[in-house]
Design a protein around this ligand. Structure first.
Ligand SMILES: Nc1ncnc2c1ncn2[C@@H]1O[C@H](COP(=O)(O)OP(=O)(O)OP(=O)(O)O)[C@@H](O)[C@H]1O
Ligand SMILES: [Mg+2]
Length: 334
């Protein structure tokens, strides 16, 4: 099998072919091929249960696939797991820090485990605490840290030995906007230094900001792949979203606006809502309002927003990511 990008294995920091993983009646991975060129950032984007953690666990030697093969930093994951472990850093979906140790002690301990020596371990811990904005909290037990601080400390721990390839599994899930923004800054500084990074996320915005290339995964299969611009143009620019005052006029609104969309509008009659992919930004919004105003079609709400992961899913699979049991054109709950 050839790699998806045709990049020779030698210049790829991570390459995987035909990964399959089954749990009884669940197929967690159903033939995944991946390539991460050295020095680049791959964003693995997918909803709950898509198979993201399973991929990360296989590539970091924590789990054996039923089929397929992979190399990380040029080393075969299945044949030489110990050598792979020496070349990678992993920050898992849930921060794995020792709560009773301080931030400094956590990092210092990892340095010693990696045989950096006492002096170098202390230096490295201080360096990382500074670059992860944990200096002020360095000497208190990490159980007093916020969720965002714990995630940053966990990531710092993955970097102690300066590995060439880093894996981050959902680094910002569960963080508040401030914690998320701090984490993004830290990751951007990290990749500016040329580290190869594979990161998983449920947020298109996050993949957009951090990744050179995005792979969208669903039910253990890759359903789309490309740069963020390529994916966005595939799902069609922004979303025009509106709520009509009078539910009886929703179809009429759709007819009037459909010529402005890049694909058909999705209607939600129970919520008097219309959602339609558009390109052209504010001008499209102005034109839409003009058309509705002409026939005195009143709105309760209207707005333009950037595509979300739900939109990518809706566009790629015809269903919403959050709940596939839902009818295709109806949003869950009110
Ligand atoms: N140990 C296990 N036993 C049984 N099923 C499992 C096991 N681990 C994962 N699965 C199943 O495999 C599928 C993929 O899970 P995985 O954890 O890789 O998804 P994910 O994309 O990381 O999701 P999340 O965003 O919720 O972390 C899911 O259907 C999950 O329920
Ligand atoms: Mg996961």
């Amino acid at each position: 099998m050839t790699s998806t990008t045709g990049t020779p294995a030698a210049s790829a920091a991570v390459s995987a072919r035909g990964l399959v993983k089954r749990y009884k009646d669940v197929t967690a991975l159903d033939g995944v091929d991946l390539t991460v060129p050295t020095g680049s950032v791959l964003g693995l984007l997918g909803p709950n249960g898509a198979g993201k953690t399973t991929i990360v666990r296989i590539l970091t030697t924590l789990l054996r696939p039923d089929e397929g093969s992979a190399e990380v930093a040029g080393v075969d994951v299945l044949k030489r797991p110990r050598d792979v472990r020496r070349r990678i850093g992993l920050s898992g979906q849930y921060a794995a820090v020792d709560e009773y140790l301080t931030g400094f002690e956590n990092l210092d301990m990892i340095g010693r485990l990696y045989h950096l020596g006492a002096k170098r371990s202390r230096e490295r811990a201080r360096e990382l605490l500074a670059s992860f904005r944990l200096e002020d909290a360095a000497d208190r037990p990490s159980k007093t840290y916020s969720g965002g601080m714990r995630r940053r400390l966990d990531l710092a721990g993955a970097l102690v030995a300066d590995p060439p390839v880093i894996f981050l599994d959902e680094p910002t899930t569960g963080l508040d906007p401030r914690g998320r923004a701090d984490m993004w800054e830290v990751i951007q500084n990290l990749v500016a230094g040329g580290t190869t990074l594979l990161l998983t996320t449920q947020y298109l915005e996050e993949a957009d900001l951090l990744a050179d290339e995005i792979v969208v995964i669903d039910h253990g299969r890759i359903i789309a792949q490309g740069t963020s611009d390529q994916l966005k143009s595939q799902v069609g620019g922004e979303r025009l979203e509106l709520t009509v005052q009078d539910a009886d006029r929703l179809d009429e609104a759709a007819r009037l606006l459909e010529p402005l969309g890049v694909s058909p509008a999705v209607l939600d009659a129970s919520r008097r809502g219309l959602l339609m992919p558009v390109t052209g930004g504010a001008q499209v919004l102005t034109e839409a309002l003009r058309r509705l105003d002409e026939v005195e079609l009143r709105l309760d709400d209207v707005g333009l927003r950037r595509p979300t992961l739900d939109d990518v899913f809706l566009s790629l699979t015809g269903r919403l990511a959050e709940d596939e049991a839902q009818a295709e054109t109806t949003k869950a709950g009110a």
